[in-house]
Design a protein around this ligand. Structure first.
Ligand SMILES: [Zn+2]
Length: 285
């Protein structure tokens, strides 16, 4: 492992927000510490090469998994990835299934999002002074379609080509956590027609959009959520067990997707110009 905390930072194309299970076996991984105007990201970036592309991996919860979902500095995380050049971000995460047919081991690539978080800074344009004293303008981004259509299709096609019948579309509801849902909450989520429930998918997607990054969520169902399950409810052990059993499969999909994503300068999707002429008031990475 090469360490670099200053000086020239390598330009990457793609960011992956996920733990060491995704990068630990890569050759020549460089650890890069990045400062942001929003404070430190969850951890260093771990930069390596996958399928001929430069990729920065960022452990969402920190390498020691010490950050609960509501304490993650999402703004710093997305900013850090953008600042080293990433324009496409893949966000794998563990979720609970809200329908009986989405059992453990299901890969679902959502196309919609419901935000039920409570305490998270979810905009770079909140009119507040940053750590460097700069104050952004108030701007509003379009978020009707929260995920990159190109990245989504690439993820679905790649998974299916590898024999994993990914679910194409669905609604991810993101709750504050760190507790799991009550049965009543879970039944309510399911009754709304939502598909899966997680704790980290928001505000990653909207922050990526504000920075003009393509963001694709890949959700791995680790359990049936309380209301969809007749058992004792979700346990953390159960989640870890299913995630560990599928991490290799998820890594294979991620790496294959990386090879199929368009180059940074040939992106042609709704993610590219989110401000539509609105002045940000700050310099975006
Ligand atoms: Zn895009």
């Amino acid at each position: 492992m090469v360490e670099s905390s200053s000086g020239t930072q390598p330009q990457v194309e793609i960011g992956v927000i996920g733990g060491s299970g995704f990068y630990s076996f890569l050759d020549d991984v460089m650890e890069v510490t990045v400062e942001t105007p929003y404070g430190p990201p969850s951890d260093s970036l771990f930069i390596g090469e996958v399928a001929g592309r430069r990729v920065a991996f960022l452990p969402r919860h920190g390498r020691k998994h010490h950050l609960p979902p509501h304490k993650i500095n999402y703004r710093a995380n997305l900013w850090a990835l953008a600042s080293v050049g990433a324009r496409q971000v893949l966000g794998p995460c563990a979720v609970g299934g809200l329908r009986a047919q989405y059992g453990p081991g299901t890969l679902l690539v959502p196309d919609q999002l419901i935000d039920r978080t409570k305490s998270r800074a979810q905009s770079y344009f909140d009119g507040m002074a940053r750590l460097d004293g700069e104050v952004p303008n108030v701007v509003h981004v379009t978020f009707a379609d929260p995920y990159c259509p190109v990245g989504r299709q690439a993820a679905i096609d790649t998974a299916r080509a590898g024999g994993w019948e990914a679910v194409d579309g669905g609604t991810l509801v993101v709750v504050e956590g760190p507790r799991f849902s009550t049965r009543a909450e879970s039944l309510w989520h399911a009754a709304q027609g939502w598909s899966v429930v997680g704790m980290t998918g928001h505000p990653e997607a909207v922050l990526a959009r504000e920075l003009g990054l393509c963001y694709t969520s890949l959700t791995l169902v680790t359990d049936l959520d309380a209301g969809a399950d007749t058992g004792e409810g979700v346990s953390h052990e159960e989640v870890l067990e299913v995630f560990a059993a599928n991490v290799g499969r998820m890594r294979d999909v991620l790496f294959d997707v990386i090879g199929t994503l368009p180059a940074n300068d040939s992106r042609d999707c709704l993610c590219v110009n989110p401000l539509g002429g609105q002045e940000p008031g700050i310099t975006l990475p």
